[in-house]
Design a protein around this ligand. Structure first.
Ligand SMILES: [Zn+2]
Length: 508
């Protein structure tokens, strides 16, 4: 049994001014054939799960093309044409295949296609024809569209946020695909799209209100005849018509089973819609909470939601650093993307005392550069490895030449503050290895600023005294009213309180 896997996964923040180019994929991850095997066969990603599935269900996996890059602005037409062109060429020349595993994200937007994932799925279907089953894996932050679901036989979405389950979900997708090829099951799907947004601050699946939603999903999974059940939480920073929460249920041959499951999930979530909004503290309140916590019980981790690197943030926001200075913070740790500052520190050398302006250099949304003084503690190559499963299943990281800078008690700060400066934007603060690799122990700090909402949780929950979400400004601000949407649906709750849901609603 020959099964191909391929995909071009991107979470597009359409409010980000930096477009996502072919080079952006190339710089992060644009892999072919054996390159995919060597990078993913032992990791914890979606593609890793396809390899695991191949072993478990005894099929030959032929990895074709896998493209991925961190959340940035709209994907250029050039990047779409070249990468999708290569994917489809590989599909044509390496076939025929008994089935296809498609690893997408579900929130990609290109210059031409607001539903980029749907367009890719449609083109893959066009190449392989209606008789070759396709199963698609999506990220939980997907704005799932009718186009995506209609182009494939089954859709399987992560069920954890932070994303600790890309691999088991991909194994689940592999099993559905293999059983479909063998004629043991006949997947049918139903998508139910609620006119509603789940605020980014309410998206962690281990916390309410999402915890109950995922319990409902697991209840549907246990229903007779259900092959898979999913919630697409939605990605609010992609300004597209389908932006919002949706439910997809895959049943064996019986569309009513799929529909009943999806509509039950949608109705239950809709009934609690007032629980999914933003009620997080301001940066000032969040920093004050962190600084008033007792010392010696582990750090209070302040999430910089406006600079969610995993959601398109610039990774150099200074809003919380300014707040730290204004409130006289001590024993605080944060990372910043700042190639210029790294260069200045490298030039000064290890042990040197420097005064420089850090952060706030990428755009106008993430604060101004801030003056600090300090001693260059360490210079590293910014590379590290995280062997345990973390958000998204990443393992190898490269933040470029990096500097640990111990700040002096000047510019309003107290003792014991440390900055970790990087030359590459990276993927936020997903793993403590980022700090350990520079000789920094976040356990010893009173406050750790983590750029993100959910992705740092797997790294920091084990050591945090408390996690505080800060409603900071920025490209991924939890305050959705700060953005001007032009393509989203109207009415859409909570933007329009009058929004109504009727089962079976069709967006387009
Ligand atoms: Zn995600």
């Amino acid at each position: 049994m020959r099964i191909a896997c391929l995909g071009m996964a991107h979470e597009t923040n359409t409010f980000q001014s930096v477009p996502t180019t072919y080079e952006a994929f190339e710089n992060f991850e644009l892999l072919r054939g054996e390159e995919i095997t060597s990078k993913h066969s032992t990791a914890n990603s979606t593609v890793s799960g396809f390899f695991e599935g191949a072993g478990r269900f005894e099929f030959d996996l032929i990895p074709l093309v896998h493209a991925f890059t961190g959340p940035t602005g709209t994907v250029t037409k050039d990047a779409f044409d070249r990468i999708v062109g290569e994917m489809l060429d590989a599909l044509r020349t390496s076939g025929p295949f008994d089935g296809i595993l498609l690893g997408q994200h579900g929130a990609a937007v290109s210059e031409e296609y607001p539903d980029m994932d749907g367009e890719i799925a449609r083109r893959v279907r066009e190449v392989v024809g209606v008789d070759t089953p396709i199963v698609m894996c999506l990220d939980l932050h997907s704005n799932i569209t009718r186009g995506m679901v209609e182009a494939v036989n089954a859709t399987v979405v992560y069920r954890t946020n932070p994303h600790l389950d890309p691999k088991p979900r991909a194994v689940e997708a592999s099993e559905i695909l293999v059983k479909t090829i063998r004629g043991e099951v006949k997947p049918v799907q139903w998508i139910e799209q609620l006119p509603m947004v789940i605020n980014i601050s309410k998206q962690p699946t281990e916390l309410e209100p999402m915890k109950s939603v995922m319990e409902d999903v697991r209840a549907v999974l246990k229903r007779p005849g259900v092959l898979s059940a999913s919630c697409g939480q939605g990605y609010p920073y992609a300004d597209v018509i389908e932006m919002g929460v949706s439910f997809v249920v895959v049943a064996d041959g019986d569309k009513e089973v799929a529909r009943d499951g999806a509509q039950w999930l949608a109705e239950r979530t809709w009934a609690n819609r007032n629980l999914f909004g933003n009620d997080t503290p301001t940066p000032k309140e969040a920093m004050a909470m962190a600084l008033s916590a007792p010392v010696g019980e582990g750090p209070t981790v302040v999430m910089d939601m406006g600079d969610n690197v995993g959601g398109g943030g610039s990774a150099d926001s200074t809003h919380l650093l300014v707040e730290a200075q204004e409130q006289g913070a001590g024993n605080l740790l944060m990372s910043l993307f700042d190639p210029q500052a790294v260069q200045e520190c490298v030039t000064a050398g290890p042990g040197a005392q420097v005064t420089l302006k850090v952060g706030g250099k990428t755009d106008t949304l993430h604060g101004e550069p801030v003056e600090v003084s300090g001693r260059v503690r360490a210079i590293t190559d910014g590379r590290f490895e995280e062997p345990t499963p973390i958000h998204g299943g990443f393992r190898f990281f490269d933040y470029g030449p990096s500097v640990a800078l111990d700040l002096s008690p000047t510019n309003g700060l107290a003792e014991g503050n440390t900055l970790l400066l990087h030359t590459e934007r990276g993927v936020g603060n997903m793993t403590r290895q980022q700090m350990y690799s520079a000789g920094i122990f976040p356990e010893n700090y009173r406050v750790v600023v983590a750029k993100g909402v959910v992705s740092p949780r797997a790294a920091y929950e084990p050591i945090a005294r408390e996690i505080v979400l800060a409603n900071t400004p920025g490209v991924s601000s939890a305050d959705l009213n700060a953005f001007t949407f032009t393509h989203r649906r109207k009415p859409l709750y909570p933007f329009e309180e009058t929004a109504e849901y009727t089962p079976g609603m069709i967006i387009r």
